[in-house]
Design a protein around this ligand. Structure first.
Ligand code: IMP
Ligand code: MG
Length: 186
């Protein structure tokens, strides 16, 4: 952590620093560039959690890619999923015949991504892969494999670099474990 921000007082520890995230995202961008040679993938950002990761990742990929956005809701303001996923905003264009990469912040129970996979699979995509910055396999309730991920994390509630608790902490440049007193208070 380089900054002396007040927001950091709500964290128990830093899991990944800004520099570690930058390095991991650059490596992932190179991997996707290699894997999709000769293709023009559509990268789909799942708002809002993946927004920061997405903006950094697409700038590390040397391909004629396109971007689009989806909004889903599942969590409310708690720290565990209700399992019910709602599509709040759909893609702007057809993905029929396209190579699609879904970009998510974290896979927890797996319900959000298995829902999105089903939705996009039904639209005649040529291929579909899942890219998630973080993977929390210990919490999986729906079987789901992640094609690209930067870090596997333990079962802890993390915030920063786009990830929120009750819409806060998305602007932290690092990823850290939120102190349980913060969500136990409210
Ligand atoms: P899933 O449907 O249970 O896999 O949950 C996925 C969504 O839950 C992610 O897109 C996040 O928005 C949220 N989520 C899961 N774990 C965390 C966490 O540790 N911190 C912040 N958000 C989380
Ligand atoms: Mg969220």
């Amino acid at each position: 952590m380089d900054k002396q921000w007040k927001l950091y007082e709500d964290l128990d520890s830093i899991l990944y620093s800004e520099a570690q995230l930058k390095e991991a995202v650059a490596q992932l961008g190179e991997r996707i560039t290699r894997d999709y040679q000769g293709k023009k993938p559509v990268m789909v950002c799942i708002l809002k959690g993946a927004s920061v990761f997405f903006c950094d990742l697409i700038r590390q990929i040397d391909l004629p890619l396109e971007i689009d956005f989806m909004v889903v809701s599942s969590y409310g303001n708690g720290t565990s999923s209700t399992g019910e996923v709602q599509l709040v905003k759909d893609l702007g264009r057809s993905v029929n015949g396209r190579d699609v990469i879904i970009v998510e912040d974290i896979v927890d129970s797996g319900s959000t991504l298995s829902y999105l996979k089903k939705v996009l699979d039904s639209r005649g995509v040529s291929s579909l892969r899942i890219c998630s910055l973080l993977d929390k396999p210990a919490r999986r309730r729906v079987p789901l494999s992640v094609d690209y991920s930067c870090f596997e994390i333990p079962d802890a509630f993390v915030v920063g670099y786009g990830l929120d608790y009750a819409e806060r902490y998305r602007n932290l440049p690092d990823i850290g474990v939120l102190a349980p007193r913060i969500y136990q208070e409210s």
